[in-house]
Design a protein around this ligand. Structure first.
Ligand code: SAH
Length: 266
């Protein structure tokens, strides 16, 4: 059962076959697939899956030594951080920003490349788009498809059209509303998008290095692109405990830069 099926509509009880999170009192999260007769083992003891199956989401479970766990369905944030990875994923803080920068909405036709582990694909498909996805490595394409199906269910694959293709080569697909790129040389894809993206369409590219951004920006400035901007998303959590209220000492200070642009009539 996918995470989405389990969390939709009136289904409020945790069911066999679902992946759920067990969260301990220190906030540590364990992803567990519920199986009748199964057991979750950790340093503080055992919880039988049969204790969990049939309980409502948010219930509390205790081991024999009284260690407390809460059972919850994973969010897309948990899924992305815990899913099997081939390539490096785009982190949730950037996924959220990409959905808004690209103005993603149900029914759009989106070009995506590469697919990597399918984190971005999952976020896009969940909004109800159709994806034409190019990935150069077959093993990564398979990981992406299986991660998408695991979180969104098999039906989502009807809107996920994956090809093993090199996005730097000219493509015959077209009429895209949006394009999202996460590959090493996005500037090599830009000339093809000038043919395949519709006028007014939006491109968003994710790049870890500012040197990549510089080359991409140069390419965009030589073509029919407007409203070009590069941003980064800084996400700093806070420690809030009694009178100790301050930013956490550690943060993920860098993931990638987001460059977005709109295609205009040339
Ligand atoms: N956005 C993905 C991660 C992508 S990692 C996620 O969120 O999970 C970058 C991917 O680009 C890798 O899978 C790599 O194989 C692929 N790639 C690199 N060059 C490519 C090319 N020329 N055409 C298509 N895919 C390419």
């Amino acid at each position: 059962m996918s995470q989405e099926e389990g969390s939709q509509g009136n289904v409020s009880f945790l069911a066999e076959g679902e992946n759920i999170l067990l969260v301990d009192n220190r906030g540590r999260r364990y992803l567990v697939e519920l199986k009748s007769g199964g057991e979750f083992h950790c340093h503080s003891g055992v919880i039988r899956h049969d204790q969990i199956i049939g309980s409502s989401e948010g219930s509390e479970f205790r081991t024999a030594s009284n260690a407390k766990f809460i059972g919850l369905r994973p969010t897309i944030n948990d899924h992305v951080l815990k899913m099997p990875r081939g390539a490096q994923v785009i982190y949730p803080k950037d996924l959220g920003a990409i959905l808004i920068l690209a103005d993603i909405a149900a029914g759009q036709k989106v070009f995506e490349s590469g697919l990597g582990s399918g984190a971005l694909s999952t976020a896009l498909l969940r909004c109800g788009v159709d994806i034409v996805g190019y990935e150069i490595r077959e093993d990564f394409a398979e990981t992406a498809i299986s991660n998408v199906a695991q979180f969104l269910g098999q039906e989502a694959l009807q809107r996920y059209h994956v090809s093993i293709k090199d996005a730097y080569e000219e493509h015959s697909d077209g009429n895209f509303d949006r394009a999202v790129l996460d590959l090493p040389e996005p500037w090599q894809v830009v000339p093809h998008l000038e043919q395949s993206l519709r006028s007014g369409g939006i491109l968003v590219a994710y790049n870890p290095s500012i040197i990549q951004v510089q080359t991409l920006r140069r390419q965009l400035s030589n073509g029919p692109w407007a409203m070009v901007e590069t941003i980064e998303v800084l996400h700093r959590s806070w420690h809030v405990e009694g009178h100790a209220v301050r930013p956490d000492h550690r943060m993920v200070a860098h993931t990638g830069f987001l460059t977005h642009a709109r295609l205009i009539e040339s």
